[in-house]
Design a protein around this ligand. Sequence first.
Ligand code: ADP
Length: 696
Amino acid sequence: MTEHLFNKILIANRGEIAVRVMRTAQALGIRTVAIYSDADASALHVQQADEAIALGGVTAAESYLDMHKVLDAARATGAEAIHPGYGFLSENAAFARACEDAGIAFIGPSAAAIEAMGDKASAKALLADSGVPLVPGYHGDEQSDERLSAEAERIGYPLLLKASAGGGGKGMRIVLSAATLHDDIAAARREARSAFGDDRLLIEKYLIRPRHVEVQVFMDSSGNGVYLFERDCSVQRRHQKVIEEAPAPGMTAALRQRMGEAALAVAQRIQYRGAGTVEFLLDANHEFFFMEMNTRLQVEHPVTEMITGVDLVYWQLRVAAGKGLPDGVSQQSLPINGHAIEVRLYAEDPDNHFLPAIGRLTLWQAPELSASVRLDSGVQQGDEVSPYYDPMLAKLIAHGRDRTEALHNLRTALAALQVDGVKTNRDFLLRLLSLDAFARAELSTDFIERNQHELTQPLPTRWELAALTELLLPTLASQSQSQPQPQPQAHDPWYADGFQSALPAQRVLRLESAVGDVLRARARANEQAHGLDRNQSWNLLLADHSVQVQGRLELNSQAGDIRLLQLEARVNGQLQSLPLALSEHELLLFLPQGSQRFVRNRWLGEQAQEDHGGLTAPMAGQVLEVRVQPGEQVKAGQVLMIMEAMKMEHSIRAPQAALVQAVLYQAGDQVAEGTELLQLEIMAEADAENAAEAGA
Ligand code: ADP
């Protein structure tokens, strides 16, 4: 990839697709120009570009959708070509034409080809006599209620009303029977008008449980084209893709060829140029029907790249520069190598109808990337996720020799991706990938609805791991203090570094989950454990059972006040390794099944600030004096214990009138930060008054 294509191109987009296009262009020695709105001034795509032009404005309409501003930016920087990415201006025929008029290459098809496919109804009309199978339906110009009703009767129920000008799943309505048709037509028209400024509708037979299978095509300017096989995008939420994979499971060579050739026929019909996708619905009998053609690079193009080894953006740049497909490329030469699966990570709240979420990404740590794990991301830690644009943050894609391996690689990588600060669908995706139905490739467009029950089951809280983390925390402090660091023995993950000797032999932990469940756990260090690691192994008594826990905690990095740690845990002999994020008041475990949040040091947080007291040790230190005994009644504010830490004394006071239940440490004991020192039973007000009177 060293030949000369362009000196400089402008990328008329933002986020992950802008970054992804830059990667290929820069590898080819092409200078890249980014554009950005006021909300994106410090965005990743701006930082990665060789030059960047501020468009001003924050909304899409004021910035990325304003074609005059975009063209001005291209002229001002001398960009010879514009890559539109997907969304925004990518399927805007007027923009493609304006580029042509300005003498700037539009990296995409001709304006005429965009127009031909831009309208679902006219696209179907165009293909009516092409031999490409269409979903049975009506896509005529006549839009009267009478005509639509008559066509609905002919087609039969259930049926689907779609906005002719539609896209992105908007303006679609399923109609189950004639009884509601009238109202549904009116509503679909309203939706279509408000979303697309165009209320024309088309009607399709509503296929039951089809799969969404689409074909990637690629044409050069002289009408030569190939298909780069299919992608299955059946896992959708409200008609929006969530997981995509290539090749489609269960395809036969014959069906692949028929669909591929049908897709090429569609592209040839409109003298297509560049990368395009022809979308089909595939039914259980392997019958397929044309839905629409997307005249741009798709979000899910990486899965195709991974199984074919083709860089589609490189091909786009070649064709836009007037060259053909790379030498030696023919339909026969294209391989399918293994399997690839992609998940789309959105800033959205699965617990609140998947509404877009905004906020600051306080944590964003990518998994380890490799030839088989790819992350196309538009964000970095610390970014502000704004409400102005599509909420997609990134795509994670994994490859494997077969589907099972690709799925394993993707799950592993997604489990290692750590994100916090903004709500995301990360855990939802992990659950999808963990479903047996997904492993068995039982794919259809209602996959998520069908598996709703399992997707919404709460995860059992992993108290053991939260407790183990708290127990191991003091070893971290010693790790960073001890100079030089002792090297663990490579062959033994449980080899102790000798810093644990100060750990207390007994601890009581108060654990609190993010949903407010509280658990007291009692930990006793195991004496019988071999060698130096006696304190790294505990017998943990939880509410109703006891477990053996053992582990080590390592600091990976620090992001502000968040420490990123890796926990190697053995719970009742079962090994697991997981990343976690820890701050003074929160613990976030990234388990393979999803993340779990715990609240830490609630007493410390609420009480310590006021009176520097509390029932947990505010920091590692020594107990100097114990002033109460179990069974004693204490008043609010009464000093219960005195601790010394960092050469300062701290009084541990009763937060309220209470009954002392247990005194967990004695004078002279060393305690770790956060260790619970005493247990109190808070007394009701009346009891406290009685007690006070009795005592008086
Ligand atoms: P949009 O352009 O708004 O994304 P599409 O026409 O591409 O709409 O359809 C999106 C999704 O809606 C498809 O992937 C499929 O799940 C569903 N769908 C569309 N047409 C039909 C149909 N006739 N029968 C059943 N499902 C359909």
